[in-house]
Design a protein around this ligand. Structure first.
Ligand SMILES: Cc1cc2nc3c(=O)[nH]c(=O)nc-3n(C[C@H](O)[C@H](O)[C@H](O)COP(=O)(O)OP(=O)(O)OC[C@H]3O[C@@H](n4cnc5c(N)ncnc54)[C@H](O)[C@@H]3O)c2cc1C
Length: 692
């Protein structure tokens, strides 16, 4: 009879040899790739640790139905089109010039071959337009941005800032890509400060024309997408200069938008007076041809002024329904928020992709384990869960928040309701900056979470990171945009005390100022039960309390400092405080939307999974900012500890449904997996992620 010790030794040898065989098999795959594992070897164990705890059964289909928008069909059509056209897929290694040409061909293919016409939806069905943008952006981010430049920026400026005559003349050409165009706002010396632009458009009443000029090098239009190679037109933002009969001779009417042809329609040669330079190789988005434009007395007809908010008559008289330069400027920029909405939405798309790659990989990748037992999935390490599970919860949170933003934007486009315009303006600024900053950081975390394999270009983190990085800067620098949110909150804070109305998104401020800012209840600050901590009321109250406090304090600080430093100096003295306030407010809106989404989910199992993610999002954020809550005794020490413990527990619970949660994004294979192997079983998922 074999002794117990001998049996143990044999078992140990057996498991050692199994592990060794699997390692050899993996290594051999690196030399001679095969798509399926030999049948004799077991698949990777993905449930090693998690199997020990009770797992929530989630109806994946129901969850994904709830997540995918109503424009799934058009997205599928886009994926099918590019999948059927290998010549239109972007290779890993490609030169700048080839990438630009490919990107143009990808766009032409979409419009002229697949018959998808994004421009038709820019004004009439923005939700559909953003769904198209998300899908093409996942094919190649450069394509998403190129499409955005053509339709949202160039096309959007024509239809939103112009009038019927412009729509009639340009719509079809923009739609079918005969009229390729640019959006020329930024100058070498002025990016964020649009009111400081220096390019001029001087009216010549004798010839009934505007003369566009770049007065000095600092006014050269810079970074203009579509300018270096493909654009035929540009919407140029310039100061409108009108002749006057007083001693000054001219009057500066502020920044207006003009359509300026830059290349010949037939020969594609640069037109007289226009000089174009290439902005060169960039950190990312090299499929987009950014260029610099200089104008030397370029003449355009008076009709080329995009005259929705201000017009010039034949005799040079200026008319506008808006009384001041500032109001006209605000209205002009207000019409351009669509770009920001699109970026916030697209950034969540990037976050979904990177979180999916990292989480799928972490489920399958195994390193270390208890002695003489199979190695464990790296997602079973608490540290890996800490990196990825709050991120997954945040991805869901931002998904619902940006879906809400897109709905509000669409409603605004239909109703032009003034309150809604103001609401969407601040919300788009806030969500764009908050989400893009988060995604930029998350991309690095995901790369690191995949170890060395995350560094292989085929696994996409490099290109996603490089392409997405600039989302934080264009369509409004994030730090500048957050200040707009803070300014809006302060305006509404003042209005509240003057008895003004508050719109839906901000209405909590009314309540919060009275309720939340009273001394925290000494009993509830100690409550630490799971039911209480997972109660949406506790979570939302905590977020609102923080925002209200930050708002009240910064209002007092601004008042104090403005006496000695003036308005600008006081603002600068409180700038970090203001940015924290804006972020806190945006997080509050995000949480409110997430809670609402959980409540409205019709399927019980999907709802339970969403509730886990929502609680994790809320408690993780509270824990991240626990110092603030502790400082004002909103949370007692025992409660802080309970929040931390529960956050870790929820991370673990979310890990158990992580596969279902990422599967519900229903991202197509080409987006989340390296393109060479496309099989769906667990083993090939692993090899795909590492690029074999
Ligand atoms: C790839 C790419 C494509 C682009 N495409 C276009 C295009 O098609 N058309 C177009 O018109 N433009 C385009 N841009 C320009 C882009 O919109 C600007 O770069 C952007 O608006 C920021 O302006 P800036 O570069 O002048 O930065 P700045 O405004 O100079 O900002 C630099 C830094 O200063 C900080 N800062 C500035 N002001 C403040 C403040 N008030 N408070 C605190 N901090 C401040 C910012 O946070 C930032 O960190 C593109 C840029 C790039 C890189």
């Amino acid at each position: 009879m074999e002794s117990r010790r001998e049996k143990n030794l044999m078992a140990e040898e057996e498991s050692d040899s199994l592990i060794a065989a699997r390692r050899i098999q993996r290594l051999s795959l690196h030399i001679s790739p095969s798509l399926t594992p030999p049948p004799s070897l077991p698949l990777l164990q993905t449930e090693t640790c998690s199997a020990r705890s009770k797992k929530l059964e989630v109806d994946g289909q129901a969850l994904s139905l709830y997540m995918r928008g109503k424009h799934m069909d058009i997205q599928e059509k886009i994926f099918e089109f590019y999948n059927s056209r290998p010549d239109l897929q972007t290779p890993i290694e490609i030169s700048k010039d080839d990438h630009r040409e490919l990107c143009m061909n990808q766009l032409l293919g979409l419009v002229r071959e697949a018959g998808i016409r994004p421009f038709r939806y820019v004004a009439d069905d923005p939700e559909k337009y953003f769904a198209i943008m998300e899908a093409v952006g996942s094919v190649d981010m450069s394509l998403g941005i190129k499409m955005g430049v053509q339709y949202s920026l160039w096309g959007g400026s024509v239809i939103n800032l112009g009038t019927k005559k412009h729509r009639d003349k340009y719509f079809d050409g923009i739609d079918n890509l005969d009229y390729t165009g640019c959006f020329a706002m930024t100058e070498l010396h002025h990016g964020s400060n649009v009111q400081g632009l220096q390019t001029t458009a001087t009216f010549d009443p004798f010839k009934d024309e505007f003369v566009i000029d770049t007065p000095h090098d600092g006014a050269i239009k810079w970074w203009i997408g579509n300018a270096a190679v493909h654009g035929k037109f540009a919407t140029v933002f310039a100061r409108l200069i009108l002749p006057t009969h007083d001693s000054k001779g001219v009057s500066d009417m502020g920044v207006h938008a003009f359509i300026v042809p830059i290349r010949d329609m037939k020969t594609h040669q640069t037109l007289p007076g226009v000089e174009i330079q290439d902005c060169g190789h960039k950190v990312g988005l090299n499929g987009v041809d950014n260029g610099a434009l200089r104008f030397r007395s370029v003449r355009i007809p008076r009709d080329n002024l995009l005259n929705r908010f201000g017009d010039v008559s034949r005799d040079g008289t200026y008319t506008s329904s808006l009384p001041t330069i500032n109001k006209r400027f605000g209205a002009t920029l207000g019409e351009l928020v669509g770009g920001r909405v699109g970026l916030a939405y697209a950034s969540v798309g990037v976050l979904k992709i990177s979180a999916t790659i990292a989480i799928r990989y972490s489920l399958l990748r195994q390193q270390f384990g208890p002695p003489k037992q199979p190695e464990v999935s790296i997602l079973d390490y608490q540290s890996q869960q800490h990196k990825l599970m709050p991120m997954l919860a945040s991805t869901y949170a931002y998904h619902f928040a940006t879906v809400y933003l897109v709905e509000k934007y669409s409603e605004m486009k239909k109703t032009h309701d003034e309150q809604l315009v103001a609401d969407v303006h601040a919300l788009s600024a806030g969500l764009k900056s908050y989400v893009t900053s988060y995604t930029a950081k998350a991309l690095s975390v995901c790369r690191e979470a995949c170890g060395g394999h995350g560094y292989a270009a085929v696994n996409r983190f490099g290109s996603l990171r490089n392409d997405h990085d600039i989302f934080q800067t264009f369509e409004g620098d994030n730090t500048v945009l957050l200040q707009q949110v803070a300014a809006d909150l302060l305006k509404r804070y003042k209005e509240k005390f003057q008895g003004g109305t508050l719109t839906v998104t901000w209405s909590y401020l009314r309540e919060s100022m009275n309720t939340y800012l009273s001394q925290p209840n000494p009993v509830t600050v100690r409550w630490e039960g799971e039911d209480h901590l997972r109660d949406p009321k506790f979570q939302l109250d905590a977020f609102r309390y923080r925002t209200s406090r930050l708002l009240q304090n910064v209002a007092a600080r601004l008042q104090k400092h403005s006496k000695t430093l003036g308005g600008f100096g006081a603002w600068n003295r409180c700038l970090n405080h203001l940015l924290t306030l804006a972020e806190s407010h945006i997080e509050t809106v995000i949480l409110a939307k997430f809670i609402e989404a959980v409540k409205n989910c019709p399927d019980p199992s999907a709802k339970a999974a969403l509730k886990l993610a929502c609680d994790l999002y809320a408690l993780d954020r509270i824990w991240e900012d626990i110092g603030t809550y502790r400082n004002v005794d909103y949370v007692a020490p025992n409660k802080a500890k309970a929040i931390h413990k529960l956050t870790e527990y929820l991370s673990f619970q979310v890990r158990n449904v992580a596969k279902e949660l990422v599967d519900a994004f229903e991202l197509p294979d080409h987006v989340t997996r390296a393109p060479i192997a496309m099989q769906s079983d667990a083993y090939s998922q692993y090899t795909q992620v590492v690029g074999f």
